[in-house]
Design a binder for this molecule. Structure first.
Ligand code: ADP
Ligand code: MG
Length: 140
């Protein structure tokens, strides 16, 4: 298995409750390494562009409003098969379905305010990383 990268966001529900450290610790404990990190307040343009794939979904407008409702922490994570490793530690989208010990089971407030984002493929990870980071901001 190769060391790869994925893209993560600690969402506004988590930053609001001061869970940046707790979420990051869960990621690190799972074997992921934070190789880039910054706290930003997403603009409407950024949220809309980032979630453009969900444009036709009924929750799109609410999701964009939520993601711009407070600060987020965008991160690049590195590890063995990082996309899958991160998705495993995140847990299911709906915290009601998330496995014990996962970040969403531990911390998520709802299916929308579910504390973390994680890329769903290597291809999307590369696109999402480039959306928020310049190459020189990533230090492995
Ligand atoms: P994931 O984040 O697990 O990859 P999706 O890509 O399907 O899930 O959805 C993106 C985000 O949109 C979710 O993390 C969540 O914040 C929000 N979302 C997904 N489904 C719903 C829903 N049914 N109602 C409200 N928000 C949702
Ligand atoms: Mg997704």
């Amino acid at each position: 298995m190769a060391v790869t990268r994925t893209f993560s966001i600690i969402k506004p529900d988590a930053t609001r409750r001061n869970l940046t450290g707790a979420v990051t610790k869960a990621l690190e404990d799972a074997g992921l390494r934070v190789v880039a990190s910054k706290r930003i307040h997403m603009t409407n343009e950024q949220a809309g562009g980032f979630y453009a794939v969900h444009k036709e979904r009924p929750f799109y407008n609410d999701l964009c409003a939520f993601m711009t409702s407070g600060p987020v922490v965008v991160q690049v994570l590195e590890g063995e098969d990082a996309v899958k490793l991160n998705r495993d530690v995140m847990g299911a989208t709906n915290p009601a379905d998330a496995a014990e010990g996962t970040i969403r089971k531990l911390f998520a407030e709802s299916i929308e305010a579910n504390s973390v984002h994680g890329s769903d493929s290597d291809e999307n990870a590369a696109i999402e990383i480039a959306f928020f980071f310049k190459p020189e901001e990533i230090v492995g």
